[in-house]
Structure formats: C-alpha cells, structure tokens
Design a binder for this molecule. Structure first.
Ligand code: SF4
Length: 370
C-alpha cells in the first residue's frame, strides 16, 4: 500500500467515525486526486459504516409556483431574466398540492418537496404555504420546501407548521459564485441556512456541477458544506441541465467520472448525510447512476418532473432499483402510521365526494339544457 493510500485510509476511517467540519482544501483536493478505484473503495467503506448500502431515500418534487423568478441564476429556466419559453404558474391551490402528495405517497415516496420560484416568500402567500406543510405532513410524508431566502420569523413559522427540511443550495464555491448569480450573495445563502437551523429544521443544501467551474471550485463547494455545523442532513449533488435560453446553454459537458468523484468525496466528508443524486439524472445512463450509488449516493428524486426539467419516469427508476437490488428507504415520520393512514383515507373520501358533486352538477346542467 502506498503512503498516500494509507494516509487516506486513516483519514477516511477517522471521517467515518467522527464527522469533521475542519477539512482543509488541500485534504479535499487530495481525495479528489485519488485513483478512482481507491476513492470509491473509501467512499463505500464510509457509506457502509452509517447506512444500509442498498437503501435509497426517495423524494418527490413538485413546483408549487413556477417561473418569473427575480433572481438571475444562470442555470435556471425559471429566472425571469432569460427567455426559455417556460410557462409561468401562480401558487398552486392547496388541494392540488395534496392530490400530488397523495400520488407521490402511493408511488413510494417518503418525502414530498415543494419548490417555489421566489426571491423569498411573500406574507400574502405564507398562509397557504403553511397549510400545504400541515396537510402534506398529515399524510405521513416528510415535508421539504424551497422558497428562496427566509428570515428568522418565516423559518420559525415553517418549523411550527411541521416543515421537516428546508432546501437552499450553495450552488458552487464562493470564488465562482459571482459568475453564476449576481442578485443574491453567498453570505445571504449562508444566513438563510442559519435561520433554518435556528428554527430547528433539517438542512438540505448542495450544489450544481458542470457549470464551467474549475476542479478546485468543486472541492471548495464541498468544503463550505462541510463547515456547516451540523452537516446538512441532505446534500443534493446536481449535474447541470443545459436548458436552451439560459446563459449556460452551451457550457462544456462535465466528464461523468468527475461527477462520480464529487459524489464519493461528498460521501467521505459528510458520512451521515444523505447524498442525493439530483438534477441531471435524466441525462445519465444506468451505468453512471449505478456508479453514483456505489460512490455513496443514497437519495433520489422520483417522479416525472423535477421542478421544470424532465426526470426519468418512475417506471424506469423501479426497473433500475430492481436491476441493482436497491430498495426505497423506509419513511421516517413523526406522524404515526395509523394516524397517517386515517388522514389518507379522509383525503381520498373528500376527493371522491368532490368528484361526485362535480358529476352531479354536470348532469343537472345537461338535463336542464336538453
Ligand atoms: S434557482 Fe431558484 S432563485 Fe434562482 S432563478 Fe431559479 S427559481 Fe429563482
């Protein structure tokens, strides 16, 4: 065994035993530089120390308010700064959100994530958003929201309504950040994550790779995530989806091997976090996804749409899970199963009654019009 490998061996074993927040950039870069097989071996070893290696947490994501965002994130089709042809939608009705949550539960999701394209939530919308959290949580699903920046008060109210996770990504390294977003600062993002923590919610935060960043930026992004105390419970690692009309439409592709390396390094640095193989999965073949799971990814989005970009069909995901012998991680919820089941039945009964009432109105209308 070479000196470099044995040093990494003791580093990763120590990381598996005790999560660190003080990883130096050169240590992280040294992990990235390991021979690929060694890196995956270390990552898999750390992964197995904390998780069932064949369990994958499954979330479903719904866009509850789409497009016309005032922010200028260069990768995002929802930014009002770019013409991507994306239709705008106002805040969805609560009933529609609950309907989608029921379908997600039926399809095996354990967490339901709701995303709104806002700079930050407006007071006039917050009431409906809080009600969505209460109703979705009552179905026995974990709840997650991404609504832009939140202050202390908003974070506290979301937590009180029962929100389990708040997603707010750091996106990239502090050094490269200005190339991608100019309408909010890195410090703004860290401040929102601080409010989320203070309110007692779990943090979901990660980044996007393949935006033209240098290898050092990928290491520096992970270093920023590692500095958060505690580490984010959920770390989405996204591969850029190049959407026509956005400024990053023609950026050079990132080699999938570099993407897998980032997953493996994230796994080693944040041994108890769920590392999510997130946006960009549609463009990945099965072998790349299998390598990502081997590197320590243990969470995915499941469903047909990922906010506004395509996500592999649920059927294809099921087939891939079967091929790899993976299974969905059991949902971990504060609502007991019996109560959740009763709430699901109430929602289904309410829905059936609404449909019957709508049908009766239609028939009455037809009869009187005849
Ligand atoms: S990533 Fe979020 S904040 Fe940025 S433009 Fe898109 S919706 Fe707005």
């Amino acid at each position: 065994m070479s000196d470099a490998t044995s040093t990494t061996d003791s580093l990763t074993l120590a990381a598996a035993a005790r999560p660190r927040h003080d990883w130096r950039l050169d240590e992280i870069e040294a992990l990235f530089a390991l021979p690929f097989n060694d890196l995956l071996f270390h990552a898999q070893r750390v992964h197995r120390a904390h998780f069932d290696p064949n369990a994958v947490q499954v979330s479903t994501l719904l866009s509850i308010k789409t497009g016309a965002c005032p922010e200028d994130c260069k990768y995002c089709p929802q930014s009002g700064h770019y013409s991507t042809g994306l239709g705008k939608e106002k805040l969805l009705e609560i009933e529609k959100v609950v309907e989608q949550a029921l379908a997600a539960r039926e399809a095996g999701a354990s967490r339901f994530c709701m995303g709104a394209a806002w700079k930050s939530p407006r007071e006039k919308d917050l009431g409906a958003v809080l009600e969505m959290v209460r109703r979705v949580k009552a179905l026995g699903l974990e709840t997650c929201m991404t609504l832009g920046m939140v202050d202390n008060d908003q974070a506290g109210r979301l937590a009180e309504a029962g929100l389990d996770y708040y997603n707010h990504n750091l996106d990239t390294s502090p050094e490269f950040y200005g190339e991608i977003i100019t309408t909010r600062t890195y410090a703004d993002r860290l401040e929102t994550l601080g409010h989320v923590r203070e309110a007692g919610m779990k943090v979901c935060s990660g980044g996007i790779l393949g935006m033209g960043e240098a290898p050092r930026d990928r290491a520096a992004l992970l270093q920023q995530l590692v500095r958060l105390e505690p580490h984010p419970e959920s770390v989405p690692i996204n591969m850029l989806v190049k959407v026509p009309g956005t400024p990053l439409e023609h950026v050079e592709d990132l080699d999938p091997v570099e993407f897998i390396r980032a997953i493996a390094v994230a796994r080693i640095l944040m041994p108890t976090s769920h590392v999510r193989l997130s946006a960009g999965r549609e463009q990945m073949n099965e072998s790349t996804q299998a390598l990502a799971f081997l590197a320590g990814a243990n969470s995915i989005f499941y469903g047909e749409r990922l906010l506004t970009t395509a996500n592999p069909q649920a059927e294809r995901d099921r087939a891939l899970f079967a091929k790899l012998g993976l299974h969905p991680e059991r949902r971990d919820t504060c609502v007991d199963d019996d109560r959740a089941q009763a709430n699901v039945e109430t929602e289904l009964a309410r829905r059936a009654a609404q449909q019957a009432a709508a049908l009766a109105t239609e028939l009455t209308y037809d009869a009187s019009g005849a």
